[in-house]
Design a protein around this ligand. Structure first.
Ligand SMILES: *Cc1c(COP(=O)(O)O)cnc(C)c1O
Length: 387
């Protein structure tokens, strides 16, 4: 990494790449503004962990920062450093907490750890004491996820510990919903009730409960700061409703050749799928090494994902190889799908979540998996002048 952080040192030339990823920063900003308008709490932040869900941390942070986003959530201290470089003034929270012996790294880069164990509390407080300062921290309380976070008895014990709290200045109290994508799930209300009890023990401290799906649960769930990720990037946050977000990412793959496959012949490794009629097949230069998962593949037993070309959805045929896939383009005129044409794997016409469903996975996994050897193009967001 170097130069413009998040953009590879050696940009992959379009004409030399198999896959082409387009990231629409104006659509990203529109999604952030849309979520901000749905969020009654006040501050809509942005979750940018995992290289901003595979889209490129620095360009995403810079576009959101230009639009007015001031609060970012990363998973790792390493990501925090990249975010700090891209957003010198922002609040940056490290969701995976304080890593062992790294207090100085966090403090130097003004990364706020999301403290989730007594050990993390003590380490942060000890570092603050050694360096004669009071340091900000977020406090993560577990309300049912059972992944990270303080159990409520430990939480109460810690915030009543004067010694610790003279060194630690809580800037946020947070918890994470396990089932927000399923609005009717009983666990949502249970977690809400527990979180309210937590917040009442820390009056005046900003609170945060919502990921993307949480914002759609309604204002009861909102509190002060939201932490959306997937919805910013155009993915589906809530199951079973039409996705209101704009698509941000499109992945296209280059056609290497088309060929006629006769009825009864098979396509690809394992001869997994047999043509049930004479068909025209396009071989595309994109495979699982580019993040297009093998789970998208098709066989005689199970139909795979679809791609899109010349106004039509076209089914994959056969397995996904490391560097290639094949699609059935029998119904597409030759001149619209030939050597050098680009076929959309997901984007504006084929929703990333539809591909994910065909793969028994979620859009998050497809986005975060987008490979490094693809050509990336960022459609710019032009910030409105602030007067
Ligand atoms: C990943 C994550 C988010 C963002 O979740 P989305 O479902 O992508 O909106 C928010 N909070 C925490 C703690 C997370 O781990």
């Amino acid at each position: 990494m170097g130069g413009d952080l998040g953009v590879p040192d050696t940009p992959v030339a379009l004409e030399h790449s198999g896959a082409q990823v387009t990231i629409d920063l104006a659509a990203l900003v529109a999604n952030w503004q849309d979520l901000q308008s749905r969020f009654s709490g006040g501050t809509c932040g942005a979750t940018i962990k995992a290289n901003a869900y595979g889209l490129g941390l620095a360009p995403i942070v810079k576009a959101l920062g230009a639009a007015g986003c001031r609060t970012f959530f990363v998973a790792l201290p390493q990501e925090g450093l990249l975010a700090r470089t891209a957003a010198p003034e922002a609040d940056i929270y490290v969701l995976n907490g304080l890593f062992m012996d790294q207090a100085e790294f966090y403090a130097t880069n003004r990364l706020t750890p999301v403290l989730a164990t007594q050990d993390e509390f003590e380490e942060w407080a000890q570092y603050a004491e050694r360096t004669n300062q009071r340091l900000p921290a977020a406090i993560h309380v577990d309300t049912g996820m059972n992944r990270l976070g303080l159990k409520s008895d430990v939480f109460h014990r810690l915030i009543e510990n004067q010694g610790l709290m003279t060194q630690i200045e809580p800037s946020l109290v947070m918890s994470h919903l396990a089932c927000a994508d399923t609005p009717d799930h009983a666990m949502n209300r249970e977690q809400l009730a527990r979180f309210k009890a937590v917040c009442s023990a820390l009056p005046g401290i900003p609170a945060s409960l919502c990921n993307s799906a949480g914002i759609f649960l309604g204002s009861d769930f909102h509190f002060d700061i939201a932490r959306p990720g997937i919805a910013l990037y155009g993915g589906e946050a809530v199951a079973g409703i039409a996705n209101p977000m704009k698509p941000v990412v499109s992945v296209k793959a280059r056609v290497l050749q088309t060929r006629i496959v006769r009825s009864g012949e098979s396509v690809g490794y394992g001869a997994a799928q047999t043509a049930d009629r004479d068909m025209k097949v396009a071989t595309l230069s994109c495979g699982y090494a580019d993040g297009y998962t093998r789970l998208a593949g098709s066989s005689d037993q199970r139909r795979g994902a679809k791609a899109f070309v010349a106004g039509k959805a076209v089914p994959l045929i056969g397995r996904v190889s490391m560097d290639m896939i094949a699609v059935d383009v029998t119904d597409i005129p030759d001149n619209l799908c030939q050597r050098g044409s680009m076929v959309e794997l997901f984007g504006e016409n084929i929703a990333v979540d539809d591909v994910a469903r065909a793969c028994d996975t979620i859009g998050y996994e497809l986005l975060t998996g987008i490979g490094a050897r693809a050509h990336r193009h960022y459609k710019p967001y032009i910030a409105e002048k602030v007067v």
